[in-house]
Design a protein around this ligand. Structure first.
Ligand code: BG6
Length: 501
């Protein structure tokens, strides 16, 4: 197994939540799994005044207690206070890094992780460049930035232009943690490593595609951020479109970053724009209202801390669109995401067209029960195929049955967290699972006109839905005929009448 070269990871915004909840545990796991080199260090940096010891103390909360490797790992963590706006502080940072790498015998390979509010995405990289910490002549210098990559098409473009002034595109890693999910990557393997799927993966056999990313949580103290974002910017522009990209792309020539990202780019370029006049037939937005869930009163979105009590921000989006290319001509794609839905689940439903001639029409196997391939991204990761089988006994009554595979059946394999996978890839210089700048802009090109229409025409409804339900019932109107969305349960193959949520 290849492991990364010796390096130092610098985390900006190190006093924030993401660092202790996700980043440090992910690096720890890589360390435990012997995927880190012998010599590496982590330097936390933020405005808060802390010593190395104090910072280490804060990082222990999310590490397994009593683990032998714990203290060895903690000794690799250091801390530096920084004022992000002061360029002399970046010279101090450089001096600290030089001191550390000489003491620890590490080459000048630095990964800078920006776990900060997005308004620092221009200033930090620029100041790093001021301190020549973008110069790769003596080792790699990579940047990881978290979404949002701009909050509009124009700001996304401006961000890319700013970054590309001092960095090559291949030094910039835009993290979309959905691409780090094992099952999203498995989409490529399912499609391109099997002879049976790819021949039917097109408009001739697929009737529609559905992607659901439901969350049972609300805004969880992030009201201030979320109220200026909303589900379209928070989930659709990035995570959901990236998943659509993986479902819809052509086979790449090789499994390599640019080859794959080029195919995703083509999908985004083929998204049929939704015109203002047709918005109501294509996009439904909603906002959760207060309700009672399992006997507990749950506040509505407008009552959440940091949210404007008259907010029109959407916490739910359902939409229909088309990908105008050879493979997908005429196939509708339906995607939806929302907060405070009945359960947390992300899945893709590939629905096949019905058999061309209905021999068993009198049976209970109606059109609504078409063959479906369900790719479950989380939880209970796996794949489910639904198809018709003869009910035992007289006649030809057809019933729908499930054939399922659960990742958990691979008992001895622990699924790495998205951050583990993505951090390791970046340290190895592999950008396959990161978003490329032009692809991010292409996704914005599709989303921005919808956001503009919403802000130009406040009469477009934001439908209320009681917290704990599947969103506004108007979103069913997007689907044609008698079709409904698939209403998934917590467990992949539990569906139908009874389901634990
Ligand atoms: C984040 C969004 O990017 O993704 C959050 O900002 C959302 O609002 C989260 O809750 C969902 O991620 P996951 O991995 O829990 O599906």
């Amino acid at each position: 197994m290849k492991i990364p070269d010796q390096h130092i990871v610098v985390i900006f915004g190190a006093s924030g939540d993401l660092t202790k909840r996700k980043l440090i545990p992910a690096i720890y796991q890589l360390f435990v799994n012997r995927l880190m080199p012998d010599n590496f260090a982590i330097l936390g940096a933020s405005r808060t005044q802390l010593t190395d010891q104090e910072f280490r103390g804060r990082m222990t909360e999310f590490l397994p207690a009593g683990d032998d490797l714990n203290s060895e790992f903690l000794n690799k963590i250091y801390y530096q206070t920084i004022d992000y706006d002061l360029n002399e502080d970046y010279i101090k940072l450089k001096d600290r890094l030089t001191g550390l790498r000489h003491a620890l015998n590490i080459p000048a390979n630095f990964l800078f992780y920006l776990s900060t509010p997005p308004n620092l995405y221009d200033i930090i990289p620029e100041n790093l460049a001021f301190a020549t910490l973008n110069n790769q002549s003596d080792g790699f210098k990579r940047l990881i930035i978290e979404k949002p990559f701009g909050n509009s098409r124009d700001s996304a473009k401006a961000l890319n232009i700013g970054l590309l002034k001092n960095y090559e595109e291949n030094q910039i890693y835009r993290i979309d943690h959905y691409l780090g999910k094992e099952t999203v990557q498995n989409l490529m393997v399912t499609r391109f490593a099997n002879g049976i799927f790819e021949p039917v993966w097109n408009r001739n056999f697929i009737g529609r595609v559905e992607v659901t990313a439901a969350e049972s949580l609300g805004v969880e103290g992030r009201g201030g951020y979320y109220d200026h974002s909303g589900a379209m910017r928070d989930m659709v522009q990035n995570h959901l479109l990236q998943v659509v990209g993986m479902v819809a792309m052509e086979p790449p020539v090789v499994i390599e970053a640019n080859a794959i990202r080029q195919e995703v780019m083509k999908v985004f370029q083929s998204l049929r724009p939704i015109k203002p006049g047709e918005l109501k037939d294509y996009v439904i937005r909603g906002q959760y209202t207060s309700s009672t869930i399992k006997g507990q009163k749950v506040p509505g979105y407008r009552e959440e801390t940091g949210v404007d009590p008259l907010s029109h921000t959407e916490t739910y989006v359902a939409m229909k669109f088309y990908i105008d290319n050879w493979r997908w001509a005429g196939v509708p794609f339906f995607i939806r995401t929302g907060k405070k839905l009945p359960t947390r689940v992300t899945e893709i439903v590939i629905e096949f067209k019905p058999a061309p001639h209905h021999l068993f029409d009198n049976s209970g196997f109606s059109m609504n029960k078409a063959n479906q391939l369900i790719i479950r991204i989380q939880p209970d990761e796996g794949i489910l195929l639904k198809f018709g089988m003869k009910e035992p006994g007289a006649g030809f009554k057809v019933n729908q049955v499930n054939m399922d595979f659960h990742y958990s059946d691979l008992t001895d394999i622990q699924l790495p967290s998205a951050y583990e996978r993505l951090l390791l890839d970046c340290l190895m210089g592999d950008a396959t699972l990161y978003s490329r700048g032009d692809t991010v802009e292409a996704a914005w090109n599709f989303i921005q006109p919808i956001l503009d229409t919403w802000s130009d025409d406040p009469s477009i409804p934001v439908y209320g839905y009681p917290a704990g339900t599947w969103g506004p019932y108007e979103s069913d109107g997007l689907l044609e005929g008698e079709k409904t969305w698939r209403y998934p349960c917590k467990n992949l193959s539990d569906d139908g009448l009874y389901c634990e949520l």
